[in-house]
Each structure stands twice: as C-alpha cells, then as structure tokens.
Write a protein that binds this ligand. Sequence first.
Ligand SMILES: [Zn+2]
Length: 241
Amino acid sequence: MAEPHAHLDKALTAEQVPNPGGDLMGAIDAWMTAASAGLFTPEDIANRATDALELLLANGATAVRTHVNVGAGAEALRAVREARSRMDGLLDVQIVALTSNPITGPEGRENRRALAVALEVGVDLIGGCPHLDPDGTTLMSDAFAAASDAGIGLDLHVDEVLDPEVLYLRELARMVTDGGFAHPVTASHCVTLGLQSPEVQAAVSRQVADAGVNVVTLPQTNLFLQGRNHPTATPRGLTAM
Ligand SMILES: [Zn+2]
C-alpha cells in the first residue's frame, strides 16, 4: 500500500499547533508561526517523522511520498531525510520540496534560493502551490524548468481552494503536453475540478489523462479544510471522481 501525500515534517503536531478556524490558511499560518518561533528542533522533526513512518508501516504502507517545507531553510528536509534513513529497507520514501510563496517575482528571491538549497541537499521531486502565488503560471513553468535541470519530477498542490475561477490543473496539463516534460508529474488536491460543469470536468480530465498527469485526491484533508464558511450545503472540497 502507498501513502501518496504525507507531510512528515508536520506529522503528529495537531495538538501542538492548533488551527482554531480549521481551514487551510489557518493551518498554514499556525504552522508558519510555530516554526518561526522555533517550536520544532531538527531532532524533534526527525523523531516525529520516524514515528509517523512506523505508524504507516504498521498499517501496511510500504511506499510513502512526503512533502516537506523548504522555504524556511533545509533543516526540516535534513530531518526527514534522517527519518527516511532510519527506516531504510522497510519503507520507500520519496521527498517533495514544498516551496513557500511567493516564489515568483522580486519578492520570491529568498524562496527561490531556498529551493536551490533543497535541491543541493537532495529531494526526489519539486512541489509548490500555484494557487497561493501571485503568479501561479510562472510558478509552474519555473518548477518545470528547475525539475528538468535536476532530472526529477513534479508534485504540486493544485487548486486547493473553492474558487471555480481557479483551474491551474488545465494549464499544468497543457504545459506537460506542449513542453514534453520527461519526468512524472502529479497534481495533488485538484479541488476546483470538482466545482466545474460536467463538460469542463470531462474536457480537463481528458487533457490531464492525455498528458499523463497523476491526480491525488485528499478526502481526509479537504473534507476537513474546505467549506468552513459554508455551514450549510457545504461543498465537499474534492476533485471530480
Ligand atoms: Zn499537502
């Protein structure tokens, strides 16, 4: 069994990092505040990540892909790499460099540098969140360029919002088709595809399939995070299934 989308640097911290609002931005803000306050040491991250991998293994997972925040430096990445090495031979673990926003434009310089450092330390894929960047299109094309240079794949957090106007998934598929990217591409979440008309869903799904883009839907995450301001008739926050 494979766990296709973990965040091992954040694993087992729900009680330490409360998210009173319960939504995605609340989770991100709570985590960033806790991390910048120095709440987590590299040793702590390595130990929690190891505990989480042991739990996954005990529940039958032998392959795990984890995103790791790299925007604030490579300490969390090194810690998760340490956890991976502790579990060597028991689990296959892929690490995605989850970049911070903005990563485009002049404001994104530090975050671009942080990605370069993460690539030096060693990751298996490049990640990121186009829907959280002022220029999501450039984020994606830069991510393809960086992944091509590094000879690795992409796994982006795509369209993790409830605004149907946001549909980076279509653009992502187009970039793969037009650019001929040679490595695996995964689109995680794809929440807004679930908000489109059946016609748009069918057309975009066809483009995604033709491009060979893998989609990971995350019901446990998005049924919890999305729709907090819709107390009734709450949208599901899931991609088209
Ligand atoms: Zn994620």
